[in-house]
Design a protein around this ligand. Structure first.
Ligand code: GLC
Length: 683
């Protein structure tokens, strides 16, 4: 990428524009753009015009200048990569005068479900200082609502009127004095010593920021200047952005997170297809890229365009099931940390939550309350034998359900959904606590299981054959401590230890308090296997030999003890830190962070490490991986202010335990298994 490129046209009054695309006829096979002219006709002619299959809306009828300045501290995405010109269709874009800096904030959002919400949107967004423009977004009648907030500074804190001075610490722009409302306390009220590694990390994090229409909207996955083939690592991944978002939020910088949440929401509603098949409407992309494209018919002018990937380009074409879950989790965190709850109350945001939930809660053929997904639908986005009901997805699902329950506005239209969430939360936690949990005692029970039991009273409900207990586990399972297994299917327990799923079970209280405690106990006990030289193993143990050949399909990237197959991922550190603080074991996290701090900067912030004890930088590891950097910073900040962790985790919800909708009580012939098991699990 040529970082010195300047495409200077002119600098005019700050203004934000939006290109809402109709479907491109060539790409989508339609002769004419399918646009709802009613909405357009209702718009002032000076606001919107239909041109070349696209609706162009501006807040001024003046021709806007556009200055493209790509500084060293910004990833410009100015289309200099190999895919320049290969646009798969405009999904949304804008023309912005970047010369105006951050003074004008252009936020684009989508109200996806016009049939249900078009009228209420009108009232909701009719606020001072907000310019509303509706455009038609293609086949699925989706009006875009453009808000132009006419004030500078950070969003999310209405009290802050002027941009507070940022205190540079040896080049690192850390807001050490910045005071932000945080549960009536200030986040960073005192000067603190920032280590050299932290300073470097802040610089790297800031240089990973991606702008869209002159505003920060996310961070690239990796920004290794020496990487000649970045694949999609130059995109903003939804899951990767979460630790970046937390670092920014803890540092009092809410704007980028708010923009990210709104822009990724905008992408949720775009049409997406893989070989003419469209996945569900609520699907969030795995990642998006900001492309800068020449503006048709406007010589020398450019527009920024958001281009999402829903798995149609991703290696293996995997659907990112976790994206929507992470989005909901982050939305809650944004509200809790900034105190700005107006974002989650917006109608378009509420609709976004509902669409994601609709997709997750839709009835299917399932007999289990867990989400049924394909292999590679989460952080492990390649074939690793985690299709079915992987723990990672279930723990994020549970966290997203708990987040949604807090955020959804309860009214006549949502009360059924809220009831469905409560039922699912209750069924899901029971299922995981009862059937995914293993410790010494449980493994011994499985070892003595009878099989082929045909009855509703079966002990071995999933017909697990004792021979499935792997050799490694017999010796590995400690006398005390336990964990949640990776996956459960009929006649199949995946006994591998998956770190992210176990950590999020602790964080969200998907596990019982005792189980959560035991998981950390096991992690401490198995430190050499799960932490060793670099926190933390993504899963343990690795698949080897025939298993590797059959389960990964001989994947050369997922060789034993590498990448997803037993590699060590520093980004897991912030989640470990959060879990440790929640369980009052911060000393474990401190030890792990110290290990990481010794190596990350020297090793140039790798994506992952290889070998059984995490000694080598990963074979194909990206360097300057943003979520490694951000995960480290977030961990440091959490350890420094452990009280901030409570903004992110959940305690046990005792009401959920009382909730059982199966309508089987003690007098029935069939017994409610939940009632029977509950007493053993709580406590
Ligand atoms: C790899 C990881 C995935 C991550 C992406 C970007 O594909 O498996 O979890 O989101 O890289 O960093």
């Amino acid at each position: 990428m040529n970082t010195s490129t300047f495409i200077a046209i002119s600098t005019m009054k700050p203004c934000c524009r939006m290109l809402g695309s109709c479907r491109n006829s060539l790409i989508f096979g339609f002769q004419f753009p399918k646009c709802n002219h009613t909405i357009l006709n209702n718009l002032s002619k000076s606001q919107c015009q239909l041109r070349h299959n696209r609706v162009i809306c501006g807040c001024s009828d003046r021709v806007l200048g556009f200055r493209r300045a790509i500084g060293a501290s910004r990833n410009g995405f100015c289309g200099s990569g190999s895919d320049w010109g290969e646009t798969r269709g405009f999904r949304g874009g804008c023309v912005v005068d970047r010369g105006g800096g951050r003074g004008a904030l252009g936020v684009v959002s989508v109200v996806s479900d016009v049939r249900h919400h078009s009228t209420s949107v009108e009232g909701h967004l009719n606020e001072k200082g907000i310019e509303r423009i509706y455009v038609q977004g293609g086949l699925n009648v989706k009006p875009l609502v453009i808000e132009k907030v006419e004030r500078g500074g950070d969003v999310g804190n209405e009290k802050v009127e002027e941009e507070e001075p940022k205190v540079g610490v040896n080049g690192a722009n850390v807001n050490v004095h910045k005071s932000r409302s945080f549960n009536e306390e200030n986040i960073l009220t005192r000067e603190r010593e920032v280590s050299e590694t932290e300073k470097e990390a802040w610089d790297l994090l800031r240089s990973a920021i991606v702008d869209y229409c002159g505003n920060p909207v996310g961070t690239v996955a990796a920004s290794d200047p020496a990487d000649k083939l970045p694949l999609n690592y130059d995109q903003v991944f939804i899951r990767d952005f979460v630790p970046s978002a937390l670092a920014f939020l803890f540092n009092g910088e809410g704007e980028i997170v708010k923009n990210f949440l709104l822009h990724s929401l905008q992408l949720q509603s775009w049409e997406k297809t893989v070989d003419c098949h469209s996945p569900g409407q609520g699907l969030m992309p795995a990642s998006f890229k900001v492309r800068t494209m020449p503006l048709e018919g406007r010589n020398g002018e450019f527009e920024d365009v958001l281009d999402p990937d829903f798995g149609e380009s991703a290696i293996g074409r995997v659907a990112p099931v976790d994206s929507g879950l992470w989005w909901i989790i982050l939305l809650r965190a944004y509200g809790r940390i900034t105190g700005d709850y107006t974002l989650q109350e917006r109608v378009d945001v509420q609709t976004g939550i509902r669409l994601i939930l609709k997709l997750c809660l839709t009835d299917g053929f399932d007999m289990f309350p867990t989400l049924l997904v394909t292999d590679g639908s989460c952080m492990i986005d390649r074939r690793m034998g985690i299709h079915g009901h992987p723990l990672e997805i279930q723990a994020l699902f549970y966290s997203a359900l708990r987040s949604s329950r807090e955020m959804l506005t309860v009214n006549d239209a949502t009360k059924t959904l809220v009831a469905a969430i409560n039922n699912r939360l209750s069924a899901l936690s029971f299922h995981i606590r009862e059937y995914y949990w293993v410790d010494m005692k449980k493994i011994n029970e499985i070892y003595r299981y009878k099989t082929e039991e045909y009855s509703t009273d079966a002990i071995n409900k999933f017909n697990i054959y004792p021979d499935q207990i792997p050799y490694w586990l017999v010796d590995w399972i400690p006398e005390t401590g336990g964990y949640l297994i990776g996956n459960l299917q009929p006649a199949h327990m995946d006994f591998r230890f998956f770190t992210l799923g176990n950590l999020w079970s602790i964080i969200s209280s998907l596990g019982t308090p005792k189980q959560n405690d035991s998981i950390l106990h096991l992690m401490e006990d198995k430190w050499d296997d799960l932490v060793a030289n670099m926190p933390l193993k993504i899963c343990y143990p690795a698949l080897e030999y025939e298993e590797w050949r059959i389960i990964t399909g001989s994947d050369p990237k997922n060789t034993p003890w590498s990448y997803h197959n037993g590699g060590s991922w520093p980004t897991l550190l912030w989640q470990f830190t959060l879990a440790c603080i929640k369980m009052r074991r911060p000393e474990l996290a401190t030890k792990a962070v110290a290990l990481a701090e010794k190596r990350l900067s020297v090793d140039r912030w790798p994506e992952y490490y290889d070998t059984r004890h995490g000694r080598f930088i990963g074979k194909q590891s990206r360097l300057f991986q943003t979520w490694t950097v951000a995960g480290f910073l977030t961990s440091k900040m959490l350890l420094e202010k452990p009280e901030m962790a409570s903004m992110l985790f959940w305690e046990e919800d005792f009401e959920l335990l009382e909730n059982c909708v199966c309508s089987l009580d003690k007098s029935n012939r069939k017994k409610c298994s939940r009632l029977a098991a509950r007493s053993q699990l709580v406590g």
